[in-house]
Design a protein around this ligand. Structure first.
Ligand SMILES: O=C(CO)[C@H](O)[C@H](O)COP(=O)(O)O
Length: 213
């Protein structure tokens, strides 16, 4: 049965803060992302700590790997990551190395298409490499310039045949309905939950819309 998933992205916290936020909203999310800034600051210890504290949640390590795909995936999976991110702009060898290692480790690969220029063409290529998710993403710098990835989601949905599709970047309560109606398999929300006055209520409301899809 088709079931859209919700991922909480944690970017601006340390390990203690990450565990506090997840404790508040765990019942509403399917996947918890340990964001790139957290891993830069804390290392893969953050992935390990969150997985140990919430063993029933899938933990995504947002490593945004660009090279040495197999090695990086191995280390993240050993720390407890169920999903690891690789950049779509990486070489095919990096992506296929990551996919092969993920298979060995029982983990999955999400390819982040941030800053990919030839989106439809690259999405087709990445799909053929056997990745699990292909994610369109407006990063913080794009968001600050008023951009989003809603149209990009439609583009990849029209060409991707095997992988699940995902969307990230600035999704909030006021845009979640539009995102959901475009039909991604995975919706990634960071600040829309972590920056809300009532994080639990925001997560509950976003989850409701995601699960109604
Ligand atoms: O990967 C990221 C930034 O590079 C973020 O985790 C992603 O954009 C989701 O966070 P937000 O909803 O706050 O934009």
């Amino acid at each position: 049965m088709y079931k859209m998933e919700l991922q909480l992205a944690l970017d601006l916290v340390d390990i203690t803060g990450a565990k506090e936020v997840v404790a508040e909203v765990a019942e509403y999310i399917d996947i918890v992302e340990i964001g790139t800034p957290v891993i830069i600051n804390e290392g893969l210890h953050a992935v390990k700590a969150v997985k140990e504290a919430f063993p029933n949640l899938t933990v995504l390590a947002d490593l945004k790997v660009m090279d040495a795909g197999g090695y990086e995936v191995m280390k993240a999976a050993e720390a407890g990551a169920g999903i690891v991110t690789i950049l779509g702009v990486s070489d095919d060898l990096t992506i296929s190395g990551a996919v092969a290692e993920a298979k060995k480790q029982g983990a999955r690969i999400l390819v982040d298409m941030i800053n990919v220029k030839n989106l439809a063409e690259r999405a087709k290529e990445v799909d053929a490499l056997g990745v699990d998710y292909i994610c369109v993403h407006s990063g913080y710098d794009h968001q600050a310039a008023g951009m989003n990835s809603f149209e990009d989601l439609r583009t990849i949905k029209s060409v991707v045949k095997q992988a699940k599709t995902a969307i990230a970047g600035g999704i909030k309560l006021d845009t979640i309905a539009e995102v959901v109606s475009a039909g991604p398999d995975l919706v990634i929300v960071g600040g829309g939950i972590t920056g809300a006055d009532d994080r639990k209520a925001a997560a509950a409301e976003i989850q409701k819309l995601v699960k109604q899809a």
